[in-house]
Write a protein that binds this ligand. Sequence first.
Ligand SMILES: [Zn+2]
Length: 144
Amino acid sequence: MRANKSRDTRPELAVRRAAHALGLRYRVSVRPVPSLRRTADLVFTRAKVAVFVDGCFWHGCPEHHTVAVTNAGYWAAKVIRNRDRDAETTRLLEEAGWISLRFWEHEDPAMAAEAIRQTVVTARQALKSDNVTSVSQGRLGPTG
Ligand SMILES: [Zn+2]
């Protein structure tokens, strides 16, 4: 079944493949927190790291989002809603003790995977040392 955010998009697959190649193991397209109706693309349950690969158009990438010529108002509103929802998801997950990593679909999958690896390793080390200081990160990558 396909939700309105399609799973198994090509950029998402590329990030998954690159992360897998680094030895990372994760769950795919599941809810990090079952009670929250938000699905992440890669989920590291024990480390509590959720990864999202956002489509440039639907999530309003500053580099590639182009407003459709017809119905510009409709699309713009939809993108704004998506962005608000993304920010809310990050906040809700943070409150639940999760780290959210967000990447644009245009970002280099290998670099995204490396950033994921570092975050997961750090989160696991924090677990081991029983250090509750949370490592919080926002969107990585170039911002424009
Ligand atoms: Zn983009």
